[in-house]
Design a binder for this molecule. Structure first.
Ligand SMILES: [Cu+2]
Length: 173
């Protein structure tokens, strides 16, 4: 809905000013690059992921590091330890950073897996709060990085998280 409203506002602006709306709709300028979001130590089989919830205004702020609706994909090999730093950058909404089953998008987000969630999964972190946690994925598959505060996943606040058989962690946008 937010996107639709934004597109509509954009059309009105075009009609009024005859100027383009590229900047408003562009999703190219993200606040964080992949190499800023994930780092890893291969010898320690440990990955470090920094998730900033509501990093910018993308999808009405329903994003991680500026990425929504699967624009970001992180792959972690089975058995690696993952440290997550979750920061709520929104001054409007509470948020969480969780790993959930990749079933249908639901109002409360998917079922949390690997115990991977910031505290208070339903109510979220207050503005400016940072929560650090770690987990070790023990099952191969496709999952989501989601905010489990009610309604947020459905508003686009999710990205992809894969547990791979072997190799090194990777991140793509
Ligand atoms: Cu949220």
């Amino acid at each position: 809905l937010l996107v639709r409203i934004r597109s509509w506002i954009c059309l009105v602006m075009v009609a009024l000013t005859l100027t383009g709306c590229t900047a408003l709709q562009s999703s190219s300028a993200k606040p964080y690059r992949p190499d800023q979001i994930m780092k890893y130590d291969a010898s320690a089989k440990t990955a470090y992921i920094t998730l900033v919830a509501g990093a910018d205004s993308g999808y009405g702020g329903f994003n991680f590091d500026g990425y929504s609706v699967g624009q970001l994909s992180i792959k972690i090999p089975l058995g690696w330890k993952v440290y997550v730093s979750c920061k709520n950058n929104s001054s409007v909404f509470t948020h969480t950073c969780a790993i959930v089953q990749a079933g249908p998008i639901t109002p409360t987000g998917g079922k949390i897996v690997f115990g991977a969630t910031s505290p208070h999964p339903l109510t979220g972190l207050p503005y400016g709060a940072v929560a650090n946690y770690s987990f070790t994925p023990n099952k191969l598959g496709k999952y989501r990085i989601s905010c489990t505060v009610i309604g947020h996943e459905a508003d686009g606040m999710w990205d992809w998280f894969y547990v791979t058989k072997s190799g090194l962690p990777s991140i793509s946008v």
